[in-house]
Design a protein around this ligand. Structure first.
Ligand code: CUK
Ligand code: CUA
Length: 638
């Protein structure tokens, strides 16, 4: 049976047309008590939050494990008509960049904040792959609080990976590009002029605010994924690299010529020393920094004009390359920090590197030449060992906290469990089909919770009811508590999940925000009671201070608006009760609705296009008299 599945998946991966590809018994691969293990009794809570990237929808989504129930979609690099994200005046600045307003991106990876190598439940970070950005999401409001753009980058894939006390979130470039302020040059000058910048974004331990501390100016290669060292290797960061051929076209002949690409080891503690010694160089660079302020319920966007850079060529001991078999993708560090696992997509082995051996090789200068002035450590001198014949197309590895690793295999469509110490394969299970990332609760931390692994699959042919040419992406939940991995559940996902992290519900539940206190509302246009509701004209701008409470708006009859005016509806939700948002929508508005949380103010801008009477109403069913929560605006001729 395995062979059929493998073959089917491999064909599917190649995009070949399959008329019927339902493997026999695929659905019954679950063990007898699977249903019980994922069944969460109605009214009961799940054990884990599962925070999942949305890929090309630019969002994150929140699921429960083990049930696979979806709770929320969080717009990050996207607009979201459901709650007005990117439509309200308060949230538009969040999507500002040095290129202007960009309401979409491609979000691949999640990183949850850590303290001492363990999840602390404060923030989730996400990357924008297209127009390079990193976002910080509050795990108390489940809202995007901050977005920072990355200059000198083109394709922020290797991001946003995090150090064990959230000192840094890193972001490195998939497309090497010439520096932003010096970009007009022939593409054929790639080797000479294109650079692969790695941004080290510092995170303020109290506020969470991000800032680019420095960028490492690396040779023009591609960075794919990364992980921070932990425990003994805290202070280091490891990045998988490809296109070490430095080709400007990645047709296979160009980019995969070499037998080995690299894993890059960066000593960021040393980088901090070099910065202190004044080795950094400030260069012109333009990027946006957007912050959402919980007190004013509004975002601001600032354009910054310079960035600190460090050139490894002027900073000996800062970076080293380690050869890694063909096109490494994942680069994962085990819970002890000793083992660094590379996954060459086109390789037939999984190389495991030893941090101790890396230190020895550095001390003994066991080099295998250099690459663009950067020392390359000898493969054998840093290698702990190779997992032999693990499967086809290894992508990503996570750890179960019991001394084992589980690696996803895209081409052979399976998860493979192996022992870190002796590198022996222990178990394998099929995935349906073509798994990308996998996720174990706490898997990237120094204390994995184990228990489950979730496979995020790229192809779901035949697993669900057909829905036209495009089918849902999907996740599969496996029990990993025993010796053998057991499939428990399939559940569909939104967008195209790449990475996800899971965190015990107990860490988040207690901090989840219920309301915003109305007396703390610092919005410039808040009306903190019905008495403060009013209509104020400033030139051709009309500011309507509206309050909403079950089940009416104040004011609900608005006159005095003229054609040519810009009308700003500043809606304050006076409710101080959990889960009672009000919505607000205007007929003929080219905006979405806005959804105002209890105690919050949000603004919908409306430029009337015709004379007449326009209805306004609440969109969120808030009480028995929700349907009565409405009003009128009269628009008169100029
Ligand atoms: S990548 Cu998607 S399967 Cu963008 Cu992390 Cu490996
Ligand atoms: Cu307020 Cu419906």
């Amino acid at each position: 049976m395995k062979r059929t599945i493998v073959a089917v998946a491999a064909l599917a991966a190649l995009g070949l047309h399959l008329t019927s590809c339902k493997p026999k018994d695929a659905g019954s691969a679950v063990s007898g008590d699977a249903a019980q293990k994922v069944y969460v009794t109605p009214g009961q809570h799940d054990e884990f939050y599962n925070i999942v990237s949305g890929g090309f929808n630019g969002q994150m989504s929140v699921y429960g494990l083990p049930s696979g129930r979806m709770f929320k979609i969080i717009p990050v690099f996207s607009t979201f008509p459901e709650n007005g994200w990117g439509y309200s005046e308060e949230t538009k600045p969040m999507l500002n960049t040095s290129h202007g307003y960009i309401p979409w991106d491609d979000l691949h990876h999640i990183s949850l904040s850590q303290t001492k190598g363990e999840h602390d439940g404060r923030w989730a970070f996400g990357n924008a792959n297209n127009t390079p950005r990193v976002a910080r999401i509050s795990l108390s409001t489940f809202r995007t609080d901050e977005i920072i753009e990355l200059p000198n980058s083109g394709g922020n894939h290797s991001s946003p990976f995090i150090t064990e006390n959230t000192e840094y979130v890193v972001a490195s470039t998939r497309f090497s590009v010439p520096p932003d302020n010096d970009g007009d040059m022939p593409i054929s000058s790639f080797k000479k002029n294109f650079k692969g910048y790695i941004s080290f974004i510092s995170v303020d331990p109290q506020s969470g605010h991000m800032g680019i501390k420095f960028q490492l100016k690396m040779p023009g290669i591609s960075f794919d994924l990364a992980r921070a060292g932990k425990g003994k290797s805290h202070g280091w960061f490891f990045f998988s690299c490809y296109n070490t051929e430095q080709a400007s076209t990645l047709l296979e002949v160009n980019a995969s010529q070499k037998d080995k690409d690299f894993i890059l080891a960066v000593n960021w503690k040393k980088a901090e020393e070099y910065l202190k010694q004044g080795k950094g160089k400030k260069v012109a660079a333009k990027y946006a920094h957007n912050l959402y302020d919980e007190k004013t319920h509004s975002a601001t966007s600032t354009i910054i004009n310079e960035v600190m850079t460090l050139d490894p060529k002027e900073c000996p001991g800062l970076v080293y390359f380690m050869p890694c078999p063909k096109s490494p993708h994942g680069c994962d560090v085990d819970p002890t920090g000793e083992f660094i696992v590379g996954s060459g997509k086109l390789a037939a082995v999984i190389p495991v590197f030893s941090f101790d051996k890396i230190q020895k090789a550095i001390a003994g200068k066991t080099y295998d030449g250099e690459f663009d002035g950067i020392p390359v450590l000898k493969y054998e001198s840093v290698l702990y060992g190779e997992v032999q014949k693990p499967g086809l197309g290894p992508l990503h590895t996570e750890f179960d906290g019991q001394g084992n690793a589980i690696t996803s295999f895209f081409v052979s469509s399976e998860l493979v469990k192996w022992n870190i110490k002796d590198l022996k394969v222990l178990d394998r299970v099929p995935t349906y089909y073509s798994v990308g990332h996998l996720s174990i609760p706490g898997g990237p931390t120094s204390k994995p919770h184990g228990k489950y692994v979730v496979a995020y699959n790229k192809i779901t042919k035949d697993r669900y009811l057909p829905t036209g040419p495009e089918l849902t992406q999907s996740a599969q939940l496996y029990d990993i508590s025993g010796d053998k991995m057991k499939l428990l559940l399939d559940f569909p996902t939104v967008g195209e999940p790449h990475y996800a992290e899971s965190i015990p519900a107990s860490l988040l539940e207690k901090n989840s925000k219920k309301i915003f206190k109305i007396e703390e509302n610092g919005h410039k246009y808040a009306a903190k009671g019905e008495k403060e509701a009013k209509v104020v004209r400033e030139g051709n701008q009309v500011h309507v201070y509206i309050t909403a409470i079950r089940s009416h708006f104040t004011p609900d009859n608005i006159e005095g608006v003229k054609l040519g005016d810009e009308v700003y509806f500043h809606v304050t939700n006076l409710e101080q009760d959990w889960d009672i948002p009000h919505g607000f929508a205007v007929k003929g508005s080219n905006n979405a609705e806005i959804l105002i949380m209890p105690g919050e103010t949000q603004t919908l801008k409306w430029v009337p296009s015709r004379v007449g009477i326009t209805p306004i109403y609440c969109t969120d069913f808030c009480s028995a008299l929700h349907q009565e929560m409405q009003g009128y605006v009269r628009v008169s001729a100029k």
